[in-house]
Design a protein around this ligand. Structure first.
Ligand code: DC
Length: 234
């Protein structure tokens, strides 16, 4: 049986556990995992550092002028077993997850020219297959011909509880109400932005992981992959 390296696209709402599943899946299959959201976060961090975001509004022209000089790359920290995002060679993995970046990444990721540049980069990374990429537009725009498209969703209340737990473990104090509001707001923005809004691709399979643990989700995807490999063999 030939097992051609596939392209797996995982899209969905924020705080659904996309990156956890994508990372585990890539590790299990020996594929590359690419977190496309990290690219938009890295550009947002760059813009913040250069004071190119004022009163919550990115200075589009100024950011676009700098775009050619921004290099984003990915690596793996063997010791701590996690992925690393680099901005012009600097490890910014931790910094891009901070609330200041989360607060401004939506307007930055809504800039058409930035999206176009990132989509080209994402396609280049996937040109040889053997990749799991997660984001919002991977199955719809980046890889419309991906071998497997998963659209992840979960009950908003369960997502809020997961986020609360995650932040509490990091020692960040937030109220459940703030988390609920943030999730609702991001869902709205992701689905209603003009360019590449979050949509389920018609051929994507829905994975509602409200009541599934990570192993159950992984088994679910591996089962789907078996079918795809069998179909490819015929
Ligand atoms: O997945 P994340 O929350 O780290 O993504 C950060 C932001 O980037 C989020 O507001 C949506 C945006 N994003 C996007 O527009 N397209 C993608 N493919 C991935 C993320």
């Amino acid at each position: 049986m030939s097992e051609k390296p596939l392209i797996i696209a995982i899209d969905g709402f924020s705080s659904c556990g996309k990156s956890t599943l994508a990372r585990m899946l890539a590790r299990t299959l020996g594929y590359t995992y690419i977190d496309s959201g990290a690219m938009y976060r890295a550009i947002t961090l760059f813009a913040l550092r250069k004071n190119l975001i004022t009163n919550g509004t990115p200075d589009k022209e100024a950011i676009l002028k700098e775009l050619a000089g921004i290099t984003i790359s990915f690596g793996y920290d063997q010791e701590n077993e996690h992925n690393i995002t680099r901005l012009n060679g600097e490890n910014v993995e931790e910094e891009i997850r901070r609330p200041e970046v989360s607060a401004y990444v939506s307007p930055v990721s809504a800039i058409r020219e930035i999206r176009e540049a990132m989509v080209l980069f994402q396609r280049k990374l996937g040109e040889n297959g053997g990749i799991v990429m997660d984001g919002r537009d991977i199955g719809t725009v980046v890889f419309p011909h991906a071998n497997l498209k998963i659209f992840m969703t979960a009950d908003p209340e369960i997502r809020a509880q997961r986020r609360y737990l995650e932040l509490s473990l990091k020692g960040i104090a937030v109220s459940m109400d703030d988390i609920r509001n943030n999730i609702a707001q991001r869902d709205y923005m992701d689905q209603n932005r003009e360019i590449s809004p979050l949509r389920k691709a018609p051929d994507a399979i829905i994975l509602d992981n409200s009541n599934l643990n990570i192993q159950e989700q992984l088994d679910w995807v591996l089962e789907k992959m078996k079918t795809i490999h069998q179909e490819n063999d015929h």
